[in-house]
Design a protein around this ligand. Sequence first.
Ligand SMILES: [Zn+2]
Length: 308
Amino acid sequence: MLALLVLVTVALASAHHGGEHFEGEKVFRVNVEDENHINIIRELASTTQVGKAGQNKPAIFMDCGFHAREWISPAFCQWFVREAVRTYGREIQVTELLDKLDFYVLPVLNIDGYIYTWTKSRFWRKTRSTHTGSSCIGTDPNRNFDAGWCEIGASRNPCDETYCGPAAESEKETKALADFIRNKLSSIKAYLTIHSYSQMMIYPYSYAYKLGENNAELNALAKATVKELASLHGTKYTYGPGATTIYPAAGGSDDWAYDQGIRYSFTFELRDTGRYGFLLPESQIRATCEETFLAIKYVASYVLEHLY
Ligand SMILES: [Zn+2]
């Protein structure tokens, strides 16, 4: 098993794209439907493995880039990988985490939407899928999971920003993510999904006004994590169950992962609280990534001490 596997984004996406947008991301050229290309993706991913290999290592899954316009999110996943690779063997905590845990990092789930925000429409949110009977494009990937699917805080209208899709996992991106997690369920101990903005750390549930079995533990962990996050630049986060902390919303990946049995499932809403919103200034990217990195390390260390 690998300590750090960057899940090359295109494996979960449909973009047939030139790859000129992101330095080093030549994988964008690859079309996933081709079996040979999947092998190429694996080879590329293998260049970013660090840490000790081991049988049945516990793992943490983290994704970024669900919602296309939340640009700080994919920036963070890239930062995380860079820091992990850069500090492994030099920094005690990172070294221990990577030696004892596998990290699966998916830098951009919604790659088609993300590219669209760079090329056509900065505030695009959804995927870029088409729907029969409608000229409207896209599904909200974070309303597309099989967790109270479309029951609350989601729309059945393809023209809406929170369109839940024609069915749960109708999007190739969400289906691929769900398949990946289902396949590795016995090893994945935490699911972390990075969004923006609001400065919140959210845990289940969002699809209903109910609490998870280990709600008190999640609450305590969130409280300690946001304290750690704030220690660097003073950034204040709120935290709590999704439905009451941000808004009720069905079909989210965090609730879905939690209901699969992943006891530590969190959504992070990064900076800011609305002054710039999705247009977080470049001058805040580094500080945001630094403080979020602290938070993720804190959660990972906790998980390592509370394996199940
Ligand atoms: Zn989001």
